[in-house]
Design a protein around this ligand. Structure first.
Ligand code: GDP
Length: 454
């Protein structure tokens, strides 16, 4: 018998309501200790999906009005009996209710434990459980849509269809090899080859779109770099819509790295506004500049800002050099002022250039398009199944590699026995993706990254 767990399911700040979720065999009995319906109906006598209005009590004293929502196993999120008690969402009241529930016999839920139980009770597979985490962290329309499709099983369905074709094929080969006396028709090499090619293509289409999918789901680590006064902080403020960076006309004001995430259309940029790139005597500033250079090396996207109202300087040349081979967009700023910079040279040095006036907010749309094209996410289709994390990608890449070897073996006339071993390895990888064959360690690792209450 699984212990009955409880946690606050809503956020860690004051709100209109707060929800305490209880799941397990004793959920109704424990909730009943804390919650009393105004009409006196015991929660255990309610049907699933029923709400009751009442009051919550601690040490015999009522302290808030509340609603209890009852779910009966297996028709609940976790597949167990679940009660969700909604109270007014002040942090004190919510905490007090959780304490009362724990005092009545529940134990505190671990991170992700509700979803883990849903997985263990067959309410969802591992890919869908991971989609819950993506959906919660989604910060844009496309990310939310893609995560929702994953939660609905879009990836699982695709993987299961590849699995079923591989398992069929493997079963036919095994039967033919193991029972030579039976009149089992031999699987033709042509048909085997077609199945393997199709499986490989399906899996490769997933890994091919992995990077752009992850960028849409998780955002992209972006650095804004440029010489002092180019307008980096103003650009960061334009993007974030708030005064995050200190903007002054005295060179070197942005001494360290200022960080924040902004939404550019559907894309989230995790921004760092760096200290201006220049040689400096000032030790504090020099540390900032070193960090800026390091950031250019490690960021997935560089927004290289140039001041069009002044001629290109040595620092600008350094920046052009530092951006070589990087995914970078040249942002030529201050287009509201007369142009003195050699913009043709900048254009020739970057594959993408955009003209903006950060001060006036002009050019944001163009910047968004250039960034999306630079990252290869402009064609991202949230309705298609995608791989939501490195674990899933690794499983699919491993499976595709086994299938490739099987295909090569098939073309080279290797025995069906040997090919079947490779197909089995591919099947194992895909089963571990959906969780049918995942180790305890993998499962624990996945759910430990969830928040408590989910
Ligand atoms: P940073 O050192 O690169 O962060 O540059 P700042 O963002 O602090 O900007 C330096 C100065 O340039 C400030 O006085 C800004 O108001 C000004 N500035 C920034 N962007 C523009 C722009 O698009 N047009 C004009 N005219 N001035 C700008």
């Amino acid at each position: 018998m699984a212990e009955t767990i409880a946690a606050v399911a809503t956020g860690n700040s004051a709100a209109g309501i707060g929800v305490i979720r209880i799941s397990g065999d004793r959920a109704l009995e424990i909730a009943q200790t804390v919650f009393k319906a105004v009409d006196g109906t015991p929660l255990s006598s309610l049907n699933g999906y029923t709400a009751k209005y009442g009051r919550v009590f601690a040490k015999g004293e009522g302290y808030d009005n509340a609603v209890a929502l009852v779910f009966k196993a297996p028709k609940s999120y976790t597949g167990e009996d679940v009660v969700e008690i909604s109270v007014h969402g002040g942090l004190f009241i919510v905490e007090k209710t959780l304490e009362a529930v724990l005092a009545a016999g529940a134990i505190p839920a671990q991170a992700g434990e509700f979803t883990k139980r849903a997985f263990l009770n067959g309410k969802m597979d591992l890919a869908q459980a991971e989609a819950v985490a993506s959906l919660i962290s989604a910060s844009g329309q496309q990310a939310a849509k893609a995560s929702y499709n994953l939660l609905q099983g879009s990836l699982s369905n695709k993987i299961n269809s590849v699995l079923s074709s591989l398992i069929d094929c493997s079963a036919s080969m095994a039967a033919w090899v193991d029972y030579p006396d039976e009149e089992i028709p031999e699987l033709s090499q042509e048909s085997l080859q077609r199945t393997l090619e199709n499986a490989e293509a399906q899996l490769n289409s997933l890994t091919d779109n992995y990077e752009s999918g992850i960028i849409m789901l998780q955002g992209v680590d972006t650095v804004i770099a440029g010489k002092p006064n180019a307008g980096k902080s103003t650009l960061m403020n334009m993007l974030s819509g708030e005064e995050k960076s200190i903007v002054t006309h005295i060179e070197g004001t942005t001494r360290d790295i200022v960080e924040g995430s902004v939404r550019l259309g559907d894309l989230v940029l995790h921004l760092s506004d760096t200290a201006g790139l220049r040689q400096s005597e000032d030790i504090v500033e020099a540390i900032g500049i070193k960090k800026a250079m390091d950031k250019i090396d490690t960021a997935a996207l560089v927004l290289a800002v140039f001041d069009s109202s002044s001629p290109l300087s040595a620092e600008d040349e350094d920046l052009i050099e530092a951006c070589k081979g990087k995914t970078a967009v040249a942002v030529i700023n201050k287009t509201d002022l007369p142009c003195l910079a050699d913009c043709k040279k900048i254009e020739a040095s970057f594959s993408r250039t955009v003209y903006i006036s950060a001060k006036n907010g002009d050019g944001a749309d163009g910047l968004e398009n250039e960034i999306k094209e630079a990252l290869g996410v402009e064609q991202f289709d949230s309705s298609q199944p995608m791989l939501a994390n490195q674990r899933q990608k690794q499983c699919v890449a491993n499976a595709a590699a086994h299938i490739k070897t099987a295909l090569e073996g098939c073309l080279a006339g290797v025995t069906y026995d040997a090919i079947n071993v490779m197909i089995d390895s591919a099947v194992d990888e895909l089963l571990s993706l959906t969780g049918k064959k995942a180790t305890q360690e993998v499962v624990n690792n996945i759910f430990s990254r969830f928040c408590v209450g989910k």
